[in-house]
Structures are given as structure tokens and as C-alpha cells.
Write a protein that binds this ligand. Structure first.
Ligand code: DX5
Ligand code: ZN
Length: 218
């Protein structure tokens, strides 16, 4: 079963409780939370106080995507806030193995995100340690961008790497996910689909999540 993870980056921040309730009541599997620092990516999103407020209302796992430099500084903080999955960018971690061990030691599932230009092969020696790999299908920093078509072949490569090492790793796709690419992504091997603007700018977000969920599981 492929999972759907709506990204709250595209929610209405003035009506966050309403949007969280919608996701709670929908067929979504996780909440995807995008943390940006204005250094690793050219945008700043939200931080700890907002995540604390989200965690009080969210009834599904919190999938936290850190787009920040030196994420090691905040691993315990995100565990305390209630993150279930913590994903760091390979490009920000000099000692990625240590960071992954730190996330797991703090009781969370560990993910690594790859920018569009970063090859899947950087994970070869660490794949068995991971719970999730997030393939960025846009350049991180903003919602509402166009899906990069090269993603499909990257997903297939990652699926081969995972199978070759007999690893148990979820493949997450983040950026530009819509009803037009969901089925093809799952066919290529994706297991979690993040969708922000496509869900929240639709007329009926709950129904949109349902459509994505159906396409991901047919
Ligand atoms: C981009 C974020 C994504 C973003 C996806 O840097 O990591 O999670 O919210 O938004 P859409 O679905 O609008 O591309
Ligand atoms: Zn994200």
C-alpha cells in the first residue's frame, strides 16, 4: 500500500487547525512537515513552536523533512516535539552515518532526502540503515513547482539498490505530485507520495487525497 503524505507547507496557516482536522479525517497516512532555514534552501518555513502546535492536533504520524544545515543540533528537539520520521538531506551531512544513528537513538525512523542532482549511489553504503529515502522531484525550498521527469528513473534505480541489499526502505517522492504522475511513480517503486499545493489548492482537499490514495493503490 503506497502512502499519501499531505504537506502542510501548502495549508492555510491562518486556519491551521481546520486544515489539520481535514487531514485527520481524510485517507492520508502521514503529515509531511517542511522545515526550511533560509540557508540550505532560499526560503524559511516554520519551526519548533508551530510544530508543537501541529502535534497537539495531528492524529497521524509526523513526517518531518529538514531542509536545514547541521541538522544534528536539533535531532533531540524534533524527537521531543513528536516527530515520528525525521529526514535529513544527504547534502547537509558530512557524517551521514552518525546522523542516522543519532535519529534512531532518539527513537525516530530515519530518512535521507536527495536533491535532484544527487545520485542515488551516494546511499549505497548506508541503505540498510535507512527507514526512508526521499527523492526530491523539485528543487527544495518552495511548494507548487513543476515535477522533474528524471525522477522516474531515479526511483527505479533506488528500488534496484534497495532490492539488491535486501533492505526495508520506503521510497518517498516530494514535489510536484499530482494525479497525473502518482500511478506512474508507484509503478516505478514509490511507496510514499508527498503532495502540497495539489491537495490544498484544490476545491475539495479531502476528496483530492482520496483520489491520490486510489491512484496510488490500483
Ligand atoms: C519542497 C517541499 C515539499 C513541498 C511540496 O521543498 O519539501 O514538501 O511542500 O509541495 P508541492 O506538492 O506543492 O510541490
Ligand atoms: Zn518536503
Amino acid at each position: 500500500m503506497a502512502k499519501i503524505a499531505p504537506s502542510l507547507l501548502a495549508a492555510d496557516f491562518a486556519n491551521l487547525e481546520r486544515d489539520i482536522r481535514m487531514v485527520n479525517e481524510s485517507q492520508a497516512d502521514w503529515f509531511h512537515l517542511d522545515v526550511m532555514d533560509g540557508v540550505f534552501v532560499p526560503n524559511i518555513s516554520f519551526g519548533m513552536p508551530v510544530i508543537k502546535a501541529i502535534a497537539q492536533h495531528a492524529k497521524k504520524p509526523l513526517d518531518v523533512h529538514l531542509m536545514i544545515v547541521d541538522p544534528d543540533r536539533y535531532i533531540q528537539t524534533f524527537a521531543d516535539l513528536g516527530a515520528d520520521i525525521l529526514t535529513v538531506h544527504a547534502e547537509t551531512c558530512t557524517h551521514l552515518h552518525r546522523t542516522i544513528q543519532g535519529i534512531k537513538a532518539a527513537g525516530m525512523q530515519a530518512g535521507v532526502a536527495l536533491n535532484p542532482h544527487t545520485p542515488v549511489s551516494v546511499l549505497k553504503e548506508i541503505i540498510r540503515e535507512l527507514d526512508l529515502v526521499c527523492i526530491m522531484s523539485v528543487n527544495p525550498g518552495f511548494g507548487g513547482q513543476k515535477f522533474i521527469e528524471n525522477t522516474y528513473q531515479k526511483v527505479r534505480q533506488l528500488r534496484r539498490l534497495i532490492d539488491k541489499h535486501n533492505a526495508d526502505v520506503l521510497i518517498e517522492i516530494d514535489g510536484g505530485v499530482t494525479v497525473d504522475n502518482t500511478a506512474q511513480l508507484v509503478e516505478a517503486g514509490a511507496s510514499v507520495l508527498v503532495a502540497g499545493s495539489f491537495v490544498f489548492s484544490s476545491q475539495n482537499p479531502k476528496e483530492t487525497i482520496h483520489r491520490l490514495q486510489q491512484l496510488a493503490n490500483t
